[in-house]
Write a protein that binds this ligand. Structure first.
Ligand code: G3H
Length: 496
């Protein structure tokens, strides 16, 4: 059970502690932040409301711990990460339980998130020892006017303190996708979890603690974004920010200053369906892509752009599958569970009502009970409807009928987002042309958008983000190239 057994030291009374200087602590603020269970809409957990002084302290320790961590042999850093991955996987049950309670992720998917996170940590440790164990050697005489008098040695050095801010929908997995590359590369790490998902993050951090990382190297600060958010992201000790979330990322990027940023800020992933597509395959992928975790994924299919001639058949197939989706509590592994908050449910409802007023065809009756919204397919959506452009982050999927592939590509490219997209066709040559024309970080051919496997590059264009993720890209982003040049008095090939 969450907060018991090996995790009992992270809880004091009914409030979870924060992690600083290798210890679990209670904030001097004396205040806590409530975490509302999306299903029951009652307070499930409480976490510390940390103060700005506590942030300062954590940053100071992160700076000093990083200096010795950077000098710790790479194989030792990897060894600790492997140990942490094993502890995390061994303790998947209580962590998954908190995911179920905090973010209403179905129980099975919650376990998958924890296991995937352990695997990601191990992969990162392995990849890190390879790519950080190599450098380049350059000779000066390849550049015009130079003799071979300079040997240039390049290696990758850490940036310093990395601030990781994961989102509510993958609080554990998208935390470790930032933590593991930062640590293997020799950085220290300050984690600011999302409020919904904070308790799962604290459990995951305890697994790192038990693995035995040096004091101060990893910290986890909880609290209200309105009180410590800007203070953290604008803190002078921070040398890199890795953020996943909504458009808050745009304002963070404007305030952050001259430091590397890695950001993923959502998407409006289009699914373009051509006349020759395998419609059964498309329908299954629309269900998986549009409705898994109730549509609360950046990479969810968020608009279907289908050729008019096959639209009726596709809509019928998707409707039949929507009818089979189960709706209810995450504990029972229902396909559709409550969305994360009441404000999120209200926002989704606003998009649905706008589509209703403007004449979209409702393939199912709109139903809502608290934060639980039944899956809804909206057909005959037109570009003047908000749902054609905005990200519902819920189980509501619009279908726009198109009369040409160009119309589909134009709709996809007119979006402010550019995360992923997908195209369904049996004509691979055409698929490649469409992929090149779609202004998104990734295009999936004949499958729904997805970030994984976690070592694949993952990036968004336009308002969808900055920088690329995936194991190798994250390690590279969290390092800087350092060169040492050996200057010779005479060209090195002048003897003999
Ligand atoms: O929600 C944003 C995530 O990066 C999407 O990850 O494709 O594994 O669901 P996923």
């Amino acid at each position: 059970m969450a907060g018991t057994g090996i995790f009992s030291e992270i809880l004091e009374g009914e409030v979870y502690k924060y992690y600083s200087d290798g210890e679990w602590k209670t904030s001097s603020s004396g205040k806590s932040v409530a975490i509302i269970n999306p299903t029951t809409r009652k307070t499930q957990y409480k976490v510390q409301a940390c103060t700005q002084e506590e942030v300062n302290k954590v940053m100071e320790m992160a700076k000093s711990a990083q200096k010795s961590w950077a000098k710790t042999p790479l194989w030792k850093r990897a060894e600790l990460l492997h140990k942490a991955a094993a502890i995390l996987k061994d303790n998947k049950a209580p962590i998954a339980e908190s995911l179920v309670k905090e973010i209403a992720k179905p129980a099975k998917d919650s376990v998958t998130e924890v296991v995937r996170s352990g695997d990601l940590i191990s992969y990162c440790a392995e990849e890190g020892v390879r790519i950080l164990g190599e450098g380049k050697f350059l000779l000066s005489d390849s550049f015009p006017g130079n003799d071979r008098t300079k040997y240039c040695l390049t290696s990758k050095i850490p940036l310093g303190v990395v601030l990781a801010i994961p989102p509510f929908n993958y609080p554990v997995n998208l935390a470790v996708s930032k933590i593991a590359p930062a640590l293997i590369a020799g950085n220290s790490l300050v984690l600011k979890p999302p409020t919904q998902g904070a308790v799962s993050c604290l459990h995951m951090v305890h697994c790192l603690h038990l693995a035995g990382f040096p004091k101060g190297l990893i910290s986890c600060i909880t609290g209200k974004g309105s009180e410590i958010g800007d203070f953290l992201t604008m803190h002078p000790a921070v040398n890199c920010i890795s953020f996943t979330g909504g458009d808050t990322g745009i304002s963070i990027s404007k305030k952050a200053g001259m430091i590397p940023l890695q950001m993923e800020l959502g998407g409006k992933d289009a699914c373009i369906v051509l006349e020759d597509a395998d419609l059964d395959l498309v329908a299954s992928n629309i269900i998986k892509g549009g409705f898994s975790y109730s549509g609360q994924r950046c990479t969810a299919v968020k608009v279907v752009l289908v050729m008019e001639s096959v639209a009726d058949e596709l809509v019928e197939k998707v409707k039949a599958k929507v009818a089979k989706l189960t709706v209810g509590p995450p504990e029972e592994n229902c396909d559709i569970t409550a969305v994360v908050s009441e404000s999120s449910a209200n926002f989704i409802e606003g998009l649905v009502m706008d589509a209703k007023e403007k004449g979209a065809t409702f393939c199912q009756e709109y139903q809502r009970d608290g934060n639980l919204i039944w899956p809804l397919l909206l057909d005959n959506v037109r570009p003047d409807m908000r749902i054609a452009w905005e990200e519902p982050f819920g189980p509501v999927l619009p279908v726009l009928r198109i009369s040409s592939v160009e119309e589909g590509i134009n709709h996809c490219n007119a979006s402010n987002f550019g995360l992923q997209g997908c195209v369904f066709t049996k004509d691979i040559n055409k698929a490649i042309l469409i992929s090149d024309a779609m202004e998104t970080g990734t295009v999936q051919i004949n499958s729904a958008p997805a970030r994984g496997p976690d070592h694949f590059p993952f990036q968004g264009l336009k308002d969808s983000g900055i920088g690329s993720q995936g194991v190798t890209n994250s390690i590279n982003l969290m390092t800087k190239v350092k060169t040492t040049v050996i200057n010779l008095p005479t060209p090195s090939y002048s003897m003999g």
